[in-house]
Every structure is written in structure tokens, then in C-alpha cells.
Design a binder for this molecule. Sequence first.
Ligand code: F6P
Length: 322
Amino acid sequence: MKKKIAVITTGGDAPGMNAALRAVIRTAVSCGMEITGVRKGWWGFLEDDYIPLDSKSVSGIISTGGTFLKTRRCPLSKTADGLKTISENLKKIAPDGLIVIGGDGSMRAADAIAKKSGVPVIGIPASIDNDIAGTDETIGFDTAVNTVLSAVDKIRDTATSHERVFIAEVMGRDSGFLALSAGLESGYEIILIPEIKTDKKEVLKKIKAFTSEKSSLIIVMAEGAGSSDELAGYLGKMTNLKVRVSKLGYIQRGGSPSVDSRVLAAVLGYEAVMLLKNNKKNLMCAWVKDSFTTVPLAYPASHKKKLNLKWLRIAEVLAGQK
Ligand code: F6P
């Protein structure tokens, strides 16, 4: 009997989701499975919005950002009624398995739906935030870091020319992976992350120490580390420096996936289908120490992925902080 499975992308999109869909769909076809795409994230189950998929459906998408299946935030996937409808419809369209490509919240919802429906569910971590416990890297993170580097390198040019302080605000509501990684790799003088409470006076002290030697500097600030506008106002008031804010915003979510993001998409997409083929269930595909592995689907919900704070110290020393 042909296995009937489905695939869905949910939560914030991440570059490499399309490459992951291609890997999932082409592998499923090669295994002789019937595969259905659920459109617009969990909403697709609530609105019966499905499309049959084949090898041709994913031609020419490996290099594109976004997700051709579309995605949405779906608060209903957290309610008892929403879970019930999603689970009932999942059992009808794909009784043999669901592959969920998405972030931290998507893995939680996937776990709840696996438990409610009894259908085998496999998660593929994809998020620019890299904040999913159990995997060293998520699909899209490397691309987003590169986007931040190229944008802030441009900001550096104008900051140097005008001798200004810039606060470059990057995404990361709850975690500082993007800010810290970009900070380490590009030598920004001060890195502010949600994991460490922003102390305005401390930032001021650091700036004063720097400005005896440098006439311009870059503060990279994760959106979850506080208000960049407020910090700029405070620093401007307490010094005679010209402080500007540049919010990178949604450009961080788009673009053609980098090599790293594509490799992850290919391997995790292929392995996710193989897990279903081999009758495995309720696992999240993961990338640990440069190799494929799995963790229970419930793992991300009960663990917080920790930043390597040693990187913060290294970045500070290399940027010239005392
Ligand atoms: O989860 C990825 C992310 O880009 C976060 O870094 C950011 O805080 C959030 O999504 C923005 O969400 P939305 O797309 O709902 O505005």
C-alpha cells in the first residue's frame, strides 16, 4: 500500500524552506509515497487548503527564499478546538505521516498534533533565530547571519565616514544567536542580546572607553534586548555623539539560501522522509556536530537552547573592549 503523507511549512519563513520542501517531496516520490502539501501553515487544515505534489511541483525552487506552500502564524493551533480540527483533517488526508518544517513554536504544535492524532509526525527545524533546542543549527540561520553581515558592513561605511555611533537592530525576540554570531564574525564593538539584561549605564561606560580610541562604532542589538530607539536617545543625551538606529527588519528573513542552509535543507528533508518510510514517529531531525541525528519531537518544548556566552567575551576582546 502506498504511504500517504503530507508536508507543511509553518511560523516565520526562513531561507531554505523551499529547498527543504524540494528534498522532502522528491524523496517521497522516489519512495513511491503519495504526498500532499498543506497551504498557509496550520490554517490549511482549518480551511481544507491542500495541493497534491509531485517532482515537477518543486522544479526551480532550490535557490529561492520564502516557502511556495505559504506560511502563517496560527494562534488556533494552540487551542483545543483548533488541535481537534487539525488532527481530524490530518488523519483524513495523510494517515501515514506529516512533516512539519518550521521554528520553535511549530515544533511545539507538531508535538501536540502528533499526540492528539496518533499520526506519525517528523519535525524539520527551520528558523532564522536558531533557537530550537536539540539541533546545533536550523535551516535559514546561516543565510540570515550573512544578510546581517552584508547589511551592517554597509552601515559601517557610513558610520566611519560620519564618525557616528550606530545601533543595528537585528531579529531575535527571545534569543541572541543572530546578534552574537554576526557580532563575532564582523567585529561589532558592542553586542546586546536578550539573554543578558541591557544595562544602559554599562553600555554608556563601554562607549566612553571606546570613543577615546575610535570615532565611530557599531552596537548590534537583538530586538529582544530592549528598545533600540530608547537606547539611542539615552546615549545621545549622555554624550555629544551622534547616535543613529538602523533596524534591519524583514530583509533578514528573505533571500537565496546560503550553502549551509541548502545542505541542511537537503539532508534533513531527505532523512525526514526516510524516518517515515522506516515507520519512525514523533522525532525532530537535527544537526549535531556536523552530522544528522534525531531528538524526540517533544524535546524543543522542554529545553531552552543556550547561547555560548564565551563567544560574547571573544567578540568583545577582538573588538578591543578592555
Ligand atoms: O521567528 C523568526 C522571527 O523572524 C523572529 O526573529 C521575529 O521576532 C519574528 O519572527 C517576527 O515575527 P512576525 O513575522 O510574526 O512579525
